[in-house]
Design a protein around this ligand. Structure first.
Ligand code: NDP
Length: 489
């Protein structure tokens, strides 16, 4: 029988008040994996009250940075101790190949460890001010933080949100995607097995419409942190105006992967495929807009077509699988609609574009890795975030043209440049308007370094020192050293 989960509110496992549940399905097989509460606004309000009580009156505010650090280290150890279960559950819930899920779980543990280290390094500052004053800056937690995460990296996104918030001393309400809540609920269970006071970490499951909206608009939430689509990000930002919440947004991208003629061909082929198709292309930073200098165009496309059969589709738990199903049938339909748009726009479909044939694929949301060649920068498939395994190849003639096409987007999350010429690399990397630019590689991110977007790819930065900044208030304490009245009047 499928496991029935409850959610964590104020240190207690609870069902949705209206009794509603949601079936969580394996996107590769359609099988029922688990049932979770389908919370409504009233459940989220209860979680907010619990977080508020824990922050305003609970023992958490009095814990030392060292205690918080130790707790986060224990949480990292707990994740490592159950890494196998977490990776398998992640694969069964969101479809990604097990090797990718294993990487995510390890990275999530590392993220908690990194912020455990930073918890004890939060510090203020002093500056010389006029002699009758002593003025200094202290850093304090923001308070109650709502955190809304998507379905493509469920555990890792939970770690990116929880680790810096807790290190800084905040209380949180985490809402995973309605499609992929399972590893976040397991993480919540690990939290209850450690000495976190009740109400410090709350995990509510439920839909964005309702549960998510409540978190974004509720007057008692001090900060909202969101990762997901730009359309939703805009709504969250608008809802957050209710009480002028602090807002961080990590949104979408249409990320240029730029190949110059002198790039190493073999590395280029690998980088192009990995950039576009890792995690089924369901990545905000996917290199889905490939720009290639004219003389490398044919060899690069031929190289990709030769290698693409190696991207073996299958259930993420089956050995040898390199690409799993898309997260839901609705999402696959959205991606398929873009494939139709690409064909109607006149781009040349050179591989994929359809559901794979075979019995093992019948019940899952599988889609073949798809490449469009001779794409024009004005086409919708070159401009809009598809969030699936669809790559658009655009040839270019000059460095200036490549930079222009790369920057001709409302987004600014990620980009990569492939060349052996260091001067050219630096020229281009400096001119790309994006939060991260890789040289001769694609996708590596580090807990130690900031992550976030220019333009409509978001507001603020996660990870690194920037990540903890986003969960801290800044207070100036000013002391009058004179005892005499100021005598102004
Ligand atoms: P969303 O942006 O809608 O979902 C992300 C999270 O926001 C989920 O937890 C969702 O809840 C929640 N949410 C949805 N609507 C609201 C709302 N009005 N108020 C508060 N929270 C809300 O992503 P989708 O799953 O719908 O995907 C849509 C597109 O977004 C994708 O096709 C892709 O282009 C992009 N996307 C980008 C991601 C990124 O990492 N940048 C990640 C995921 C998607 P729930 O799912 O529970 O309803």
């Amino acid at each position: 029988m499928a496991k029935q989960y409850e959610m964590l509110v104020g240190g207690k496992w609870t069902k949705a008040r209206n009794g509603a549940t949601r079936d969580i399905l394996d996107p590769a097989s359609g099988e029922l994996v688990a049932k979770v509460p389908e919370s409504g606004r009233e459940d989220v309000v209860a979680a907010i009250e619990a977080a508020r009580a824990a922050f305003d009156h609970g023992p958490w505010r009095k814990t030392t940075a060292l205690d918080r650090s130790k707790l986060l280290l224990k949480l990292a150890d707990a994740i490592r101790g159950e890494a196998k279960m977490l990776a398998e559950l992640e694969t069964r819930n969101c479809g990604k190949p097990l090797a990718e899920a294993e990487f995510d779980v390890a990275d999530a543990a590392n993220c908690f460890e990194f912020y455990a280290g930073l918890a004890t390094k939060i510090h203020g500052e002093t500056m010389q001010v006029p002699a009758n004053s002593l003025s200094f800056v202290v850093r304090e937690p923001i308070g109650v933080c709502g955190q809304i995460i998507p379905w493509n990296y469920p555990l890792l996104m939970a770690a990116w949100k929880l680790a810096p918030a807790l290190a800084a001393g905040n209380c949180v309400i985490l809402k995973p995607s309605e499609l992929t809540p399972l590893t976040a609920l397991e993480l919540a269970r690990m939290v209850t097995q450690l000495e976190f006071p009740a109400g410090v970490v709350n995990v509510v499951t439920g839909p964005g419409a309702g549960a998510g909206e409540e978190l974004a608009s509720n007057m008692k939430v001090d900060k909202i942190a969101f990762t997901g689509g730009t359309v939703t990000g805009r709504k969250i930002m608008a809802a957050a105006t209710s009480n002028i919440k602090k807002v961080t947004l990590e949104l979408g991208g249409k990320n240029p992967n730029i190949f110059f003629a002198d790039a190493d061909l073999e590395a280029a082929v690998d980088g192009a495929l990995f950039g576009a198709f890792a995690n089924q292309g369901e990545v905000c930073s996917a290199g889905s807009k490939l720009l290639v200098e004219r003389s490398l165009h044919k060899p690069l496309v031929e190289g990709m077509l030769k290698k693409i059969p190696r991207i073996k589709l299958g259930h993420g738990l089956t050995a040898g699988t390199k690409m799993g199903p898309l997260v839901s049938s609705a999402h696959r339909e959205k991606v398929e609609a873009y494939i139709k748009i690409g064909q109607d726009e006149g781009a040349k479909l050179v591989c994929g574009g359809k559901r794979p044939a075979g019995k093992e694929f019948e019940r899952g949301n599988f889609l073949e890795p798809t490449i469009f060649d001779n794409v024009k920068p004005t086409m919708r498939i070159a401009r809009e975030e598809i969030f699936g395994p669809v790559l658009s190849v655009i040839p270019f003639d000059t460095e200036e043209e490549a930079i222009r096409i790369a920057n001709d987007t409302e987004y600014g999350l990620a980009a990569a440049v492939w060349t052996k010429n260091v001067n050219k690399a630096m020229r281009v990397m400096q001119q790309i308007r994006a939060g991260i630019v890789w040289l001769n590689t694609y996708h590596p991110t580090f807990n130690e370094m900031p992550w976030g977007g220019y333009k409509q790819s978001g507001i603020g930065r996660e990870l690194g020192l920037y990540g903890i900044e986003a969960y801290l208030e800044t207070k100036q304490m000013n002391l009058n050293l004179d005892e005499a009245p100021i005598g102004w009047y």
